[in-house]
Design a protein around this ligand. Structure first.
Ligand SMILES: Nc1ncnc2c1ncn2[C@@H]1O[C@H](COP(=O)(O)OP(=O)(O)OP(=O)(O)O)[C@@H](O)[C@H]1O
Ligand SMILES: [Mg+2]
Length: 344
């Protein structure tokens, strides 16, 4: 991928956390490497250890054993405050300081780093605009004067303030409605294209993980990694029943989001009946399928970047793309009967 990166490499090596007085660890022997500029999604059920794993990276929680390095430096050898200034953190409960204005909340780390008033103010305006909050309207309000979703966006802005190479984001869009969430996801992806930070991002929403992640870690109890791979690979070949249940229904449709129309074998322009609805080369196969279902037409015209018709697409052509890489499943589907042994 030709992405700029300002990110750092994070390596967790057999990290375990046992909370005092607990018989079993919350996180057990967790090992993972996040490459510079990589956006890694953690998905897993409530209580499986996602937040605990994350908080060990910025030493809000100290590991019981194991090691964590950032760009080769053992985090336990760094001053914890210094470490946290270089890691943007969006906490699960938003956690804005209630007695500080929105502007003051965002300015916390810049202030610690000794930025000038002008530079700080400029950055606040820039970040509020990025998360779609008008600075003139919101900068001087207090957190309780904002909705939950707006507060979450301020949380994201605050974490980005000093442009840290590493971001830890614990369900940062959890309190927003689906439409705002989609907008924030799109904006976030656009930002990440240029920032290239190393990001660990926790979500309960598998679709969000597919949309945003370079790789997804599907976690079970004690932060055990059930599968760690690209969204496309996980959707195409879930490692086990547990992962499959997390994907839920509609894995094929979810995969289509990730595949550009250019992957399909297009028919001739004349094979489409034409009409007002067309799809573009930049669209995904999911967009094309949406449009086909919506119009009920057998084929739709595909336009290139100059709005010139270059071919047509059908449901069959879309299925063929999925069929081409249907993996040999690790386990036969439920109810499958092997003809070679059936009745033997
Ligand atoms: N301070 C603590 N003391 C004891 N146990 C704790 C503490 N914090 C968390 N735990 C336990 O550790 C386990 C993992 O908690 P964690 O917060 O990491 O889960 P999570 O995956 O982030 O869950 P959620 O999706 O609900 O946020 C849970 O069983 C939790 O009850
Ligand atoms: Mg959590």
């Amino acid at each position: 991928m030709s992405r700029n990166t300002s990110g750092a490499r994070i390596v967790l090596d057999t990290v375990t956390k046992t909370y005092p007085g607990q018989p079993t660890p919350a996180v057990e022997a967790f090992s993972m490497t996040a490459e510079p500029g990589e956006l890694i999604m953690f998905v897993g059920p409530s209580g499986c250890g996602k937040t605990t794993t994350m908080k060990m990276i910025n030493r809000i929680i100290e590991p019981t054993s194991g090691s964590i390095t950032i760009d080769g430096r053992d985090i336990l050898s760094l001053d914890p405050n210094e470490l946290r200034r270089h890691i943007g953190y969006v906490i699960q409960q938003i956690g804005l300081f209630p007695h500080m204005t929105i502007a003051e909340n965002i300015a916390v780390v810049p202030k610690l780093l000794g930025w000038s008033k002008e530079k700080t103010k400029e950055r606040i305006d820039e970040l509020l605009t990025t998360v779609e909050l008008n600075p003139a309207e919101f900068a001087n309000r207090y957190p309780k004067q904002l909705s939950g979703g707006q507060q979450q966006r301020v949380g994201v802005a605050r974490a980005l303030a000093a442009d840290p190479p590493v971001m830890l984001m614990d369900e940062p869009f959890g309190a927003t409605d689906p439409i705002t969430r989609e907008k924030l996801q799109a904006e976030f992806l656009r930002l990440q294209e240029s920032m290239g930070k190393t990001i660990i991002f926790v979500t309960h929403d598998f679709d969000e993980a597919v949309r945003l992640g370079d790789r997804i870690a599907v976690l079970s109890d004690r932060s055990q990694i059930e599968q760690f791979d690209t969204p496309a690979n996980i959707l195409a070949a879930p490692a086990n029943e547990y992962v499959a249940s997390f994907i839920g229904r509609g894995a094929a449709i979810k995969r289509l989001v990730l595949i550009p129309i250019t992957e399909a074998k297009l028919g001739s322009v004349s094979a489409s009946p034409g009409g007002p609805i067309t799809v573009s080369l930049n669209d995904s196969l999911r967009d094309a399928l949406d449009a086909l279902v919506l119009t009920g037409l057998p084929a739709l015209t595909v336009l290139d970047r100059n709005q010139k018709p270059i071919g047509s697409i059908t449901v069959d052509a879309i299925s063929a793309v999925l069929g081409a890489d249907i993996p040999t499943l690790a386990a036969p589907p439920l109810g499958h009967i092997d003809p070679t042994t059936a009745g033997a």
